[in-house]
Design a protein. Structure first.
Length: 294
């Protein structure tokens, strides 16, 4: 791998001034059991005027979840209910909407999974200020193999080590860092161990280092872009993405049109689970802890 991590530096982690442009958090909603955790942070970001709107896209599989997200939008007009109606494949109506939206070029759009169960709102303004035109910006994600590797390199834990890195990844960076078979996203014990460590001491996961580029694939649990960039990227995805947004935004777009991935190491979020990680067991172990983390 040709990624060089920056040295730890003395950077200010206080909240800077509020963003001067609109900020939209967009979520593929949504499972109530996770959104109940995420809502705590969204409410705070909306109340503090850090985020302008939260868009909840109704891609639910359970009708009760749809009722829940519609209720959120009725309670607070800053939650906007987005219902796909065009019967487009996969998530394509979401991508089409923002590729044709009429936002300011410097506005920020954040794509967020519905099972993000923690956001360090204290660092949100600083994270937003890191987002520049022409790049895709990821936070330091708990339960994400690339970010777990970075956490290991900075001495936070040893849940992942060099021996876990796929040889295929080291050749071209196009496949998951830990591989398709037996990789991080398939392993219950990796999710269990990293959530355990994070819940014991979430502050130790803050990496006081500058934002840096990552030259390879990374799971897109959450990322942010300036709107002019995201409009361009989403249009290209609809043409070339082949309905695989994970591969397109984390690697293929970087390779094809020189879009850089950036990781913002001092901004922590927690992504709850990938489906093969035995989600039901993780729910039993950790969901109540995340609901009571504050």
């Amino acid at each position: 791998m040709n990624n060089v991590l920056p040295d730890i530096s003395e950077i200010s982690l206080g909240n800077p001034s509020l963003p001067v442009n609109n900020v939209y958090i967009t979520i593929f909603a949504g499972r109530k059991r996770y959104l109940e955790c995420l809502k705590v942070y969204l409410d705070r970001l909306l109340k503090e005027n850090i985020v302008t709107e939260v868009h909840l896209w109704d891609y639910v599989r359970d009708a009760s979840d749809s009722i829940y997200i519609q209720g959120l939008c009725q309670e607070n007009p800053k939650y906007v209910y987005m219902k796909p109606t065009k019967k487009m494949s996969h998530w394509n109506e979401y991508y089409e909407y923002y590729s044709n939206a009429n936002y300011n070029d410097e506005d920020i759009v954040i794509k967020c999974d519905d099972d993000v169960v923690f956001i360090d709102t204290n660092q949100m303004c600083k994270y937003l200020n890191e987002i520049k035109q022409g790049g895709i910006y990821y936070p330091n994600i708990i339960n994400n193999d690339v970010c777990a590797y970075i956490q290991h390199k900075y001495g936070i834990h040893d849940i992942i080590t060099e021996k876990d890195i796929s040889h295929e990844y080291q050749k071209d960076n196009a496949v998951p860092l830990t591989g398709w078979n037996g990789g991080w996203y398939t392993l219950f014990e990796k999710a269990r161990d990293v959530h355990t460590e994070f819940l014991k001491n979430k502050e130790k996961f803050i990496i006081n280092a500058p934002t840096f580029k990552w030259f390879g694939r990374i799971s897109i649990n959450m990322f942010g872009c300036r709107f002019a960039s995201i409009k361009k990227y989403f249009k290209l995805y609809l043409i070339h993405g082949r309905s695989d947004d994970e591969a397109y935004f984390s690697y293929r777009i970087h390779k094809n049109i020189s879009v850089d991935n950036h990781i913002v190491p001092f901004m922590n979020i927690s992504h709850f689970s990938f489906n093969p990680q035995n989600t039901n067991e993780l729910d039993k172990l950790f969901l109540d802890s995340y609901k009571n983390i504050l």
